[in-house]
Design a protein around this ligand. Structure first.
Ligand SMILES: *Cc1c(COP(=O)(O)O)cnc(C)c1O
Length: 421
């Protein structure tokens, strides 16, 4: 039987239980608008990408101007001003250890690039034994085969297990057992066959908004450094101010060997990603021997319009008041979360920068917790876009959100607890 009801197959969507898609026609600031004029508060920044707000005027203008000049050009053997501006800007805003920028177009691809850079580095300098990747339990790095391989295994990727490569994981550094993470990492790194450790700094996003301290991040980096293991920071979600600072690694004084940025790099307006690396990694590929070329590209590598959007975003970071708005949002989140400190229906109330999360106690916890889809519908009926990860409700709004926006959100979370706890 051919079912033609779903010509579009949506991401992370079970069409059998969610037959209706909500149509969005416009967006402005922190709001999405439906064709019939419903205004919906975007409490998850449209899947963590929109930082300043939808249609930030400077970014939109940059996109329009660039569209009138150059739409697309092959990036092998060619360059253009928007890409050069983005690269210069990034290198001046990131640690001095990072000296080269490789463009791609999504979070998954910039992580794939990071893994390939790491493996290529060790192969090209002749340390061919270093092929093992260490990961952190509960991590998420994307949905391509390589990024699934370095992410948490489970219901999301079980069918593809035969295609995934082996990695070794360290436990998540929950409060009180951080030493176990460090000791395990130390033991693994000491074996001498490790190419890289990849980690989401400070907050594990899709794994359930799990948070750990800058101190642990710093200790993990120190272990890697002591054993010559490359440290890959996947800042795809936490970058661009989410944790309160431009990049999460800043809070731990950690200078990664490889860093991955995407999502908010264009303010959430266009798909773009970058992988930054140390000069040693570039140098290992720099050779008259063509077999050492970094063989990676995607058709739209460094698309000029996306780069123009990113360049405008970098200008906002350099010249605008984004840091003030972030500080304001951080303080509001703290204030609203404190409402729940005595509420026994919730647990693990937590915040890192602009990201707030809390777990609604449920009989079945975890991503497939049956309360997840019910919470989603409950919030949707109140014109709020919140998309709980199972029984974990999190609020990650654009930086232009106001007190009255958050009022609505947290009133709804309280009402949800009345309805479901
Ligand atoms: C979203 C995400 C990715 C994947 O990004 P896509 O653009 O969805 O491919 C990778 N790493 C982290 C930490 C993410 O949150």
């Amino acid at each position: 039987m051919t079912d033609r009801r779903f010509p579009i197959w949506h991401p992370f969507t079970q069409h059998a239980i969610m037959p209706e898609m909500l149509k969005i026609e416009r967006a402005e600031g922190a709001y999405l608008e439906t064709p019939d004029g419903r205004q919906i508060f975007d409490g998850i920044s449209s899947w963590w990408v929109v930082t300043h707000g939808h249609r930030q005027p400077d970014i939109i203008q940059a996109i329009k101007d660039q569209a009138d000049k150059l739409d697309q050009v092959i990036f092998a053997g060619h360059t253009h001003t928007p890409a050069e501006e983005v690269a210069d800007g990034l290198l001046s805003m990131t640690p001095d250890t990072l000296n080269h920028v490789f463009f791609s177009d999504s979070g998954s691809t910039c992580v794939e690039v990071a893994l390939k850079m790491a493996l290529g580095y060790w192969q090209h300098i002749g340390e061919t034994r270093r092929t093992r990747i260490i990961v952190m339990e509960n991590s998420y790095h994307g949905d391509t085969i390589g990024t699934m391989s370095v992410g948490e295994r489970g219901v999301f990727n079980a069918p593809y297990d035969p295609l995934m490569f082996d990695v070794t994981s360290v436990p998540f550094p929950s409060s009180g057992v951080e030493d176990q993470t460090i000791e395990r990492l130390e033991a693994l790194c000491a074996a001498g066959d490790v190419a890289a450790f990849i980690v989401e700094p400070l907050v594990l996003g899709a794994g359930g908004m799990l948070m750990y301290s800058p101190d642990v991040l710093k200790r993990m980096k120190d272990v890697c450094e002591a054993h010559g293991v490359l440290f890959i920071a996947d800042e795809v979600m936490v970058g661009w101010g989410r944790t309160g600072t431009l990049f999460a690694c800043e809070q731990a004084d950690v200078e990664p060997d490889i860093a991955c940025y995407s999502k908010g790099i264009t303010g959430g307006s266009m798909p773009l990603a970058v992988t930054l690396c140390r000069s040693e990694i570039f140098d290992a590929h720099y050779s008259e021997d063509r077999s050492k070329t970094f063989f990676h590209s995607s058709s739209y590598t460094a698309n000029p319009i996306a780069c123009a959007a990113a360049a405008a975003n970098l200008r906002l970071w350099r010249e605008g008041d984004v840091r003030d708005r972030i500080a304001n949002l951080v303080a509001m989140q703290t204030r609203y979360l404190s409402r729940f400190s005595e509420d026994e229906r919730f647990e693990n109330i937590r915040q890192t920068g602009t990201i707030a999360a809390l777990d609604l106690k449920a009989r079945d916890e975890g991503y497939l917790s049956s309360v997840g889809p019910r919470l989603y519908e409950f919030f949707k009926a109140r014109d709020l876009l919140l998309r709980p990860l199972g029984n974990t409700v999190y609020v990650m709004p654009p930086y232009c959100s106001t007190e009255s926006d958050l009022d609505q959100v947290y009133d709804a979370i309280q009402a949800a607890a009345d309805a479901f706890a």
